[in-house]
Design a binder for this molecule. Structure first.
Ligand SMILES: Cc1ncc(COP(=O)(O)O)c(C=O)c1O
Length: 445
């Protein structure tokens, strides 16, 4: 009864608030299955349609101004329409956008990345994170002449066949031939012994371990003290390459999580923020490994091409964004994240709730789970219904979030805006409290 009342109230308010999005959805569905060209952007009753973004806000066709804590799933770190990125794109595109040659933009961005990220001696550019991890795996396999790859349960590395198939959460893997996953192994994140055992047992066939330094899409699950050091030691001792996928995690430190935790992998991938909000992927690593692509070091360099690789306008936009994402900017946005975490935990307590918030820097994931979260398996226990209701209810209150409780901050946000965000989450928790008391009382203190 209470459940129905709360669900109805939130859904009715949503339907009343976003009627133009519905019209757009109903038109789009005739041309794009489900009306969303990205699985994650669909939700019921229909997704919101955004007209434009400015700074920390996006504006819907209804004219609603929403505080954007999705920040394009982490690709945007200075808010929408950042003047330096806009200038770089406008000036860049006016001079022609892609010449299929090496360029100054590639030099500037590659140099900046190699200077900042400890694991990068050499890099190559692609167009998405998916492509970056695909090539990181191919690089590892070509260099070691071994085929197997080990990943972590709940680790997300994009949508190409071998990694998508081994992502357990919410991913339907029809269409991926068995052969693509034969050489994929998987262990639990933060399981020290399980990891060591599988690496040792497979060392002679294992090319690489690919992992995020913390599980990002998997719920912002942080490594336990000593875990990354352990992974580094076990891989080195067994002649297995270590790949850090820092596509999501890069933003926590100017040198990426590898600098934050002082653990340097053999190969690294980055993406998202390093393109300034434009499509990008980067893979790279130690010089001796990356030399397999070098025409001047080998007669038979590994082939890696792509019409849009190193797209000059993207290089310039990425450089503009990263140049000002310096230590001070990272410290600022990370501090906002710390403040967000502190206030949110106070709100949980004040509402008598035993739920979790996992945070690092500007990234935070709320979980409707009653115990501290250190594994992907625990994340899967988070109550879906509460996430769904919270997401819609926050939209009704002018807050645009990622449905699974992930919040991503940007440098244009202020402390006041973070407090406002916490107030809105607090109001939503109060709204859901009768349902939690009735149906999810394990989440009460
Ligand atoms: C850690 C990680 N790897 C890879 C990807 C895939 O990147 P893209 O969506 O640009 O293909 C993502 C995207 O969220 C990611 O978070």
């Amino acid at each position: 009864m209470i459940e129905e009342q709360i669900e109805k109230k939130i859904a009715d308010a949503y339907m009343e608030k976003f009627p133009v999005s519905r019209e757009h959805h109903e038109k789009l569905i005739n041309y794009i299955p489900g009306g969303a060209t990205r699985s994650l952007s669909y939700f019921k009753p229909w997704p919101i349609h955004i007209d434009y973004g400015q700074g920390a806000y996006v504006y819907t066709h209804e004219g609603h101004k929403l505080f954007d804590v999705t920040n394009a799933y982490g690709a945007i770190v200075h808010g929408h329409g950042d003047p330096d990125v806009v200038k770089a794109v406008q000036e860049g595109i006016a001079r022609g956008s892609q010449y299929s040659t090496p360029t100054t933009g590639q030099y500037k961005l590659a140099k900046l990345l190699c200077e900042r990220i400890p694991g990068f001696d050499r890099v190559r550019f692609v167009n998405s994170g998916t492509e970056a991890t695909l090539f990181a795996l191919r690089t590892a396999r070509a260099y070691t002449k071994k085929d197997k790859i080990l990943k972590m349960t709940g680790g997300f590395h994009g949508t190409h066949d071998c990694v998508a198939a081994s992502t357990k959460k919410n991913v339907i893997t029809a269409g991926i031939p068995n052969g693509m996953t034969e050489d994929m192994l998987e262990v639990k994140f933060n399981d020290f012994n399980g990891f060591e055992k599988v690496v040792k047992e497979n060392a002679s066939e294992l090319a690489a371990v690919i992992m995020e330094p913390f599980l990002g899409a998997g719920g912002v699950v942080l490594p336990e003290p000593g875990y990354l050091e352990h992974v580094r030691k076990v891989t080195s001792d067994n002649n297995v390459l270590l790949i850090f996928d820092e596509i999501f995690s890069y933003r926590v430190h100017i040198g990426g999580c590898q600098a934050f935790y002082s653990v340097v992998p053999d190969l690294t991938t980055v993406g998202k923020v390093v393109g300034g909000g434009l499509p990008i992927g980067v893979f790279g690593g130690k010089e001796k490994i990356m030399n397999i692509y070098c025409h001047e070091s080998t007669d038979k360099p590994l082939y890696h091409s792509g019409t849009f690789n190193g797209y000059e306008t993207v290089m310039q936009a990425g450089y503009a964004a990263l140049f000002k994402y310096d230590e001070a900017a990272v410290a600022y946005v990370n501090k906002l994240g710390d403040q967000f975490q502190k206030s949110l935990l106070e709100s949980f307590k004040a509402n008598g709730l035993n739920i979790q918030s996992n945070q690092i820097g500007s990234l935070l994931n709320l979980h409707f789970v009653n115990e501290p979260i250190t594994t992907a398996e625990q994340v899967l226990k988070s109550e879906e219904q509460l996430h769904t209701l919270m997401h819609l209810s926050l939209l009704n209150k002018g807050i645009f979030t990622i449905p699974r409780g992930l919040f991503i901050l940007s440098t244009v946000m202020t402390q006041q805006e973070i407090e406002h965000l916490v107030d809105k989450i607090d109001e939503t928790l109060k709204e859901l409290l009768p349902l939690i008391e009735e149906k999810y009382n394990h989440l009460l203190l």
